[in-house]
Design a protein around this ligand. Structure first.
Ligand code: TLP
Length: 336
């Protein structure tokens, strides 16, 4: 079975497991885990922020950002298909109790669209308190948010007293594909999250990075949400290993995604534009069949992918998928 449902499916390599086994650990709730501290310092530096906090998931990182930036009833501006809106079980409504307003179409948006979406500052309207972007944008097919626009959005938002949060679950992919450092990508943001459990191949773990005072608040909320972990250096060692060994190779995943898209474009039942593929995610459409029907047929043929709407399907390349697997997947899909 060739599994293209997500890059979260990667399993830790033998070398990563060895690094985990060797990790120097302590009780992180006492602030005594040296490996967690090492990772947090390195992540802050890599993301161009003062401080960082290790959290179990990207979802918790996003939720901590909402809790720290906002108050109940606030308005948060997000691109279409934003992860907090679609995939976090309604957590934004349950914990931070904010409303999410969609800006622009397709996931990416401009500073002008963001400015136009800020609610009027009178008491009928919710107070717009945060702007959040995803880089890369998952449902937009792994698209990289153009850096010049991120900078314009950040400075226009700042002028209005609105912080910018970047969900950088796949910021490593954005960096490798754009040639910009993660530091360059992260610096315009007030806060940024990043995941080690997607293309980087760690079994779990994300970070939230931002100003020291913000991270101190996030630390308290992490405890409230039950995210204080003990000998968590075992997971942080996997993340450190991934930073050392699995970042540059993301270029292979991007090449494989492009190759997959080129093959899918030739399939008579599918609509796929390879020029839209910038990183490791391929989103394509079915012409006549329901996406669920097509993905069921694909699974039966030996290729797993996720339907993401009645007509759209997502395929994600990753560490456990080789170029030969992509060629085999295309051969198998040709029969669907
Ligand atoms: N995304 C998962 C699913 O939840 C859809 C995937 O398979 O792609 N931000 C972004 C942009 C993400 O894509 C994800 C995971 C998260 C946050 C949440 O990360 P986790 O799963 O660690 O909570």
């Amino acid at each position: 079975m060739i599994d293209l449902r997500s890059d979260t499916l990667t399993r830790p390599t033998a070398a990563m497991r060895e690094a985990m086994a060797r990790a120097d650990v302590g009780d992180d709730v006492y602030g005594e885990d040296p490996t967690a501290q090492r990772l947090q310092e390195r992540a802050a530096e890599l993301l161009g922020q003062e401080a960082a906090l290790f959290v179990p998931t990207g979802t918790m990182a996003n939720q901590l950002a909402l809790l720290c930036h906002c108050e109940r009833g606030n308005d948060v501006l997000v691109g279409e298909g934003n992860h907090c809106m679609i995939y976090e079980s309604g957590a934004a409504a349950a914990w931070a109790q904010v409303q999410l307003s969609v800006v622009g179409r397709g996931g990416l948006f401009t500073a002008d669209e963001m400015l136009a979406a800020i609610k009027p500052s009178e008491y009928h309207s919710p107070q717009t308190r945060l702007c959040a972007i995803e880089n890369t944008h998952n449902r937009a097919g792994g698209r990289i948010f153009p850096q010049a626009e991120v900078e314009r959005i950040a400075s226009a938002a700042r002028e209005r007293g609105i912080p910018l949060h970047i969900d950088g679950a796949r910021i490593w992919n954005a960096s490798i594909a754009s040639g910009l450092s993660t530091r360059q990508l992260g610096t315009p943001a007030t806060s940024i999250s990043a995941c080690f459990s997607k293309g980087l191949g760690a079994p779990a773990g994300s970070v939230l990075a931002g100003p020291k005072s913000f991270i101190a608040r996030a630390h308290r909320y992490r405890k409230m949400l039950g995210g204080g972990m003990r000998q968590v250096g075992i997971l942080c060692a996997a993340a450190l290993y991934a930073l050392d060994h699995h970042v540059a190779r993301l270029a292979d995943d991007h090449e494989n995604a492009k190759r997959l898209a080129q093959g899918l474009a030739a399939h008579p039942e599918l609509l796929c534009d390879p020029s839209q593929v910038e990183t490791n995610i391929v989103v394509f459409e079915t012409r006549t069949t329901d996406a669920r029907v097509f993905t069921t047929r694909a699974t039966n043929a030996g290729v797993r992918m996720n339907p993401i709407s009645p007509t759209r399907i997502r395929a994600v390349t990753h560490l456990d998928v080789t170029r030969a697997d992509i060629d085999q997947a295309l051969t198998l899909l040709a029969t669907c």
